[in-house]
Design a protein around this ligand. Structure first.
Ligand code: UT7
Length: 328
């Protein structure tokens, strides 16, 4: 029997037009460009227009990924959207995206794993692909964090931005995705959360992001190294085999510390946090799309994608990059 693998045949991303600089933020809360850059590496972030919903950002990123893949939306067998900021309680953003793509019939659902969302969704899609029932899958990470931030809280509002990234996956005889590892530890739910909910027609609890920054920082550095090593071991590879590391883009200091632990020079780490800030589930596919389109990622190279975030959740997907679109 032929072994089924998953490969990426298209990537795409979208960032809202409006840019909010650190200087702009300094006129809203007591902060400075210097503090934000020094502590986080962030220079600016994109903010969605009032008229834009998460599914709109997802649509633009998906269309670009489908264009690169050279396939029409009706060829998709499954749509998965990773988001923590859905358009509404239900239907899922994946269903809304499906309709905006003009497709119907194939299953569509959301994955909620906060900043690990894209890695969770990609690992999930890989399992569906390996089942043999599916040939093309769309996986999207899309977020509008600007709507769940407390713009009076300088400890959190400077850190996040809006955006979307997408990949089109195709069934393949060769990997593609070499290995994936996912983890969660709900006992740390309190260090990063949006504790509000809808009840009796009202919002109950505080529907804004709250975080223990130091605890999140320490946890992230620890698990990002651990899960990379665990994922490499499944594939029978070593730290030195990683050509490109694409970690969740939360803070340049977390990224640098992770790279150091993995023995990787920063030249082999893709970073967008300076321009995008933390876009949660969108950060990894946004960075992946940038590095694919500018030619840094080349066929045959090993790319390690890593997520970490609220839940707490974390995970990694290791890919051997393959050339190509639908026809290759
Ligand atoms: O996807 C995962 C999501 N979250 C993260 O990855 C975040 C992880 N954590 C971090 O990135 C860092 O912990 C932060 C960037 C949030 C904070 O950096 P830090 O070096 O841990 O700073 P701190 O929290 O220890 O705060 C140092 C000082 C405090 O003042 P005092 O108490 O020393 O007087 C804060 O009040 O910096 C102050 N501060 C600010 N000052 C200017 C906090 N936020 C700001 C700000 N501008 N925006």
């Amino acid at each position: 029997m032929t072994v089924i693998h998953t490969r990426i045949i298209g990537t795409g991303s979208y960032l809202p037009e409006k840019i909010l600089s650190n200087a702009d933020l300094a006129s809203v809360v007591e902060t400075s460009d210097e503090w934000i850059q020094q502590r986080t590496g962030i220079r600016q972030r994109h903010i969605a227009a009032d008229s834009e919903m998460t599914s709109d950002l997802a649509l633009k990123a998906s269309q670009r990924a489908l264009d690169m893949a050279g396939i029409a939306p009706d060829k998709l067998d499954l749509i998965i959207v990773a988001t923590t900021t859905p358009d509404m309680v239900f239907p899922s953003t994946a269903c809304l995206l499906q309709a905006k793509l003009g497709a119907k019939g194939m299953p569509a659902f959301d994955v909620q794993a906060v900043c690990s969302g894209f890695v969770y969704a990609l690992a999930t899609a890989d399992q569906f692909m390996r089942s043999g029932q599916y040939e093309h899958i769309l996986v999207v990470g899309a977020e509008i964090y600007s709507r769940i931030l407390d713009w009076q809280d300088r400890g959190t509002c400077v850190l996040f931005g809006d955006g979307a990234g997408a990949v089109v996956l195709k069934r393949s005889a060769e990997p593609g995705i070499l290995a994936a590892c996912l983890h969660a530890d709900g006992s740390h739910a309190g260090i990063l959360s949006v504790p509000g909910s809808v009840s009796g027609g009202k919002v109950s609890g505080r529907p804004l992001l709250q975080m223990d920054g130091t605890a999140v920082f320490k946890f992230a550095v620890k698990v990002l190294e651990e899960v990379a090593v665990e994922t490499l071991a499944i594939a029978g590879l070593h730290k030195s085999d990683i050509n490109w590391l694409i970690p969740h883009q939360a803070n340049i200091r977390i990224i640098q510390a992770t790279a150091k632990k993995l023995g990787l020079p920063m030249e082999r780490v893709i970073t967008t946090v300076d321009r995008h800030a933390n876009t949660s589930a969108a950060s990894v596919p946004l960075a992946l799309d940038e590095a694919v389109r500018d030619g840094r990622i080349q066929p045959g190279q090993h790319v390690m994608l890593e997520g970490v975030g609220g839940g707490f959740t974390w995970g990694a997907v290791l890919i051997k990059w393959q050339a190509g679109s639908e026809d290759s």
